[in-house]
Design a protein around this ligand. Sequence first.
Ligand SMILES: [Zn+2]
Length: 330
Amino acid sequence: MSAKVSSTPVLGIDLGGTKILAGVVGSDNTILGRAKRSTPAKEGSEAILAAIVECAHEALQAAELDISEITAIGVGTPGPLDVERGIILFSANMNVKDFALGPDLSVATGRPVLVQNDVRAGGYGEFRLGAGQGFQNILAAFVGTGIGGCVIVNGQVVTGATGNAGELGHITIKAGGTRCGCGLRGCLEAMASRSAITRRIGKAVRKGMLSSLAFKLEKKGGKLKSGELAEAYLANDPITVKEVQRAARFLGMGLGSLVNVLGPEIVILGGGVVAALGEPYLDLVRTTMREHTLVDPEHIIKIEPAALGDDAGLLGSALLARERHGVKRK
Ligand SMILES: [Zn+2]
């Protein structure tokens, strides 16, 4: 008896609060067909399930495959989750509670489904196919509206006793600091995410300081895209430069502390903020991370940008599903 992981096509789905991405991942791990839908987040679980099924079928059509030719479906979704049972325990962004997405999608498609946290799936995608290829111990942080993370030790995603470990956005980085979306104060996410940077720029503008982003902030109700932040940063807008640097320092501190605990071979930084701000931002994070790393005189621990962009989540979800459900005994 030998067990081998089948390399038949799998379907990966990245379910987010605003959009759904689906991709058929072939035996060589390339994307054979893809589709995209808006998430009907206000309409609740049934509408979301229907949108996922439609999106999946469109991706299959693009790949010229039938659902019966797919080994399994992997879904990456915001949590918290009951990974074993495939249930989204709750999601404020998607207006769902105890949503049995895994079982429901399996009934709708006739295929086995693995539901995993979206960021853990993204980290796994980077590990297998992106910036983490060739490494076994990885720390990944994705910086956007929030900050998500993924810890990989000896080639395995660390999910912990609860199935939800890896939430590096919610380590406390400043005692008594800004209130985080999770209810705690001073989380890394509350100090270093795009929302955190934007909020502080808005505050400075309201105090009367000049910023090239003032008009955009007012027009868009206090929200900014990563690209807009990057543009102001590269144009040396003083408040933007100050706040981006402050956020990068907090991120570097948090990562340095985690590096001391976990000793990864590589730290991968992804997400909209990292993609938009690029090397200048990475350098700021690198410098602070190294200052907070106890032992690494030769700088053997790398800190590199993610390589897969928006595809990381669906690729990681698909590969995790293949590994869980694609084992064939002969
Ligand atoms: Zn938090």
